[in-house]
Design a protein around this ligand. Sequence first.
Ligand SMILES: NC(=O)c1ccc[n+]([C@@H]2O[C@H](COP(=O)([O-])OP(=O)(O)OC[C@H]3O[C@@H](n4cnc5c(N)ncnc54)[C@H](OP(=O)(O)O)[C@@H]3O)[C@@H](O)[C@H]2O)c1
Length: 280
Amino acid sequence: MQKTFSFDSDLTVNRLGYGTMQLPGKGIWGASPDPENAANVIVTAIDNGVNFIDTADSYGPLYSNLYLREALHRRPTAKVMVATKVGLTRQGPDIWTPVGAPAYLRQQVELNLMTLGLERLDLLQLHRVDPNYPLADQVGELAAMQKEGKIKHIGLSQVSVAQLGEAQKITPIVSVQNLYNLTNRTDEDVLDYAEAHHMAFIPWFPLATGKLAKSDELKGIAAKYDASPAQIALAWLLRRSDVILPIPGTSNADHAVQNIAALKIELSDADFATLDRLGR
Ligand SMILES: NC(=O)c1ccc[n+]([C@@H]2O[C@H](COP(=O)([O-])OP(=O)(O)OC[C@H]3O[C@@H](n4cnc5c(N)ncnc54)[C@H](OP(=O)(O)O)[C@@H]3O)[C@@H](O)[C@H]2O)c1
């Protein structure tokens, strides 16, 4: 099993990353009830080996980016690849509405740069394709900003194989971020496509929003590895394909430390197969 994934000759990351979505207030809305903890969780993740962090302008909105900026400020020498997103708007707790107007996407790329305190985004993902605008216009605007030097790499989120192919005709697509975990493998075809094209496949809800961390069914195998069910669910993803980069979300520093340690677990063939069956 590969422990790292290379986006290019300069950007190689540990395959177990971190997602900032659990840091803002309830419903991913407003400030964290404990902003100091929010920044500290990210710092802890970095100190324990995380160097791939997924965020989005819509988390909070903007609060996750501000906590990430603070964490990066506290670890100025850490080389961390930041992956952010644009294309989802927020109207309240748990409400998400795609907007793909090119002028809006451009504004949000700029807002990501401002709130993250970066001059260029390593990876900018289109959070959702808005059916009200041609895909070519949405990806085209991001490609224009890539040419301007504001974005290094472009990825897509929650897309089909056909949409990936369409976007690749406009600009290189280096990653795809779709819902995928041990118990939800609907997008197996997208994963296979990513693997065939050496694209990063970034599964969101890698712990099924925490359900897998509490799974009694995983406890037996977890005990064999002196691990937690969460670690086993992540180890299964890591073993499933070398292009998978899980980004578990947590607002708990101990959980962040535990999750990165899943990278050390090498599941046996038999346990991988058992988990595969359990998850179906
Ligand atoms: N592209 C998209 O459309 C999209 C959609 C959703 C999410 N995402 C991204 O994917 C990331 C992951 O998704 P997610 O955070 O929603 O779901 P997740 O990673 O599947 O699960 C997060 C939940 O698991 C719990 N957890 C994490 N580590 C744990 C551990 N070691 N032990 C016990 N519980 C643990 C967390 O609670 P605690 O806080 O208590 O640890 C939290 O409730 C997000 O942070 C975000 O960056 C992207």
